[in-house]
Design a protein around this ligand. Sequence first.
Ligand code: PAF
Length: 285
Amino acid sequence: MADTLLVIHTIDEMRREVAAARSRGLTVGFVPTMGALHAGHAALVRQAVEECGFVVVSIFVNPLQFGPNEDYERYPRTLDQDVALLREVGAHVVFAPSVNEMYPRPQLTFVEVEKVTEGLCGASRPGHFRGVATVVTKLFNIVTPDVAYFGQKDAQQAAVIRTMVRDLSMPVEIRVCPTVREEDGLAVSSRNTYLSPEERKAATVLYRALGHGKALIESGERDAARVRGAMRELIESEPLARVDYCEVVDAESLAPVSYIEGNVLLAVAAYFGSTRLIDNMAVEA
Ligand code: PAF
């Protein structure tokens, strides 16, 4: 556990703290989040604390990555609880800037990653990954981490960040950590708090569909359309679920495949009421 957890709201102070840590020879680990922290975030921070002497966690609900009809306004904001959890897991700094601190004037500069943003969530949420890539670039410029940690649950986001870091020669190492699941398989997510008890129960269908797809591939199925169809059918058998997408993609490029070989990613997204949840599973054929 860190002796003290510093909560910082300004870019200047964040820069000063990181410079002081570097001058003490510490490796800087960074976990960017939008808050409403859960066991998945805690796992990322724990790994960062194991590997780095100075760990910064940002909490910023980034308006740039939400579409006009999405949940920016109602996204849970739970700073006090988040700070308590981060104290427990041993982070050193919470960077929680206001929207005005991050975007004091209309943003005219954006980071756009092509190809890996085309399908999956990129197709359902136009502009989302432009908002993510832009804020992560800005946060990297402020925190200047040596290592940054992302969750595998947001597999496309991780691919976007990896591509951006590689293409723009950003001096940061990206680590992607395994998805944390509830006992019944549901991937932990800040958005799970929106679910009614019935929707929460129904939402396990995503994990079951991924498991079904994986079992088909492991038993020799190589036709991606059949695997997609079987996963979709299972999700559609749940009356409270409405499928957004159900895909089998190449694990590296995230392009849809027709014949399954090598490393693929099964990826699903569905609405439960107005709550959109995503999940994925890597499979080696
Ligand atoms: O995964 C998230 O919480 C957000 O997309 C991120 C990476 C913090 C950028 O706002």
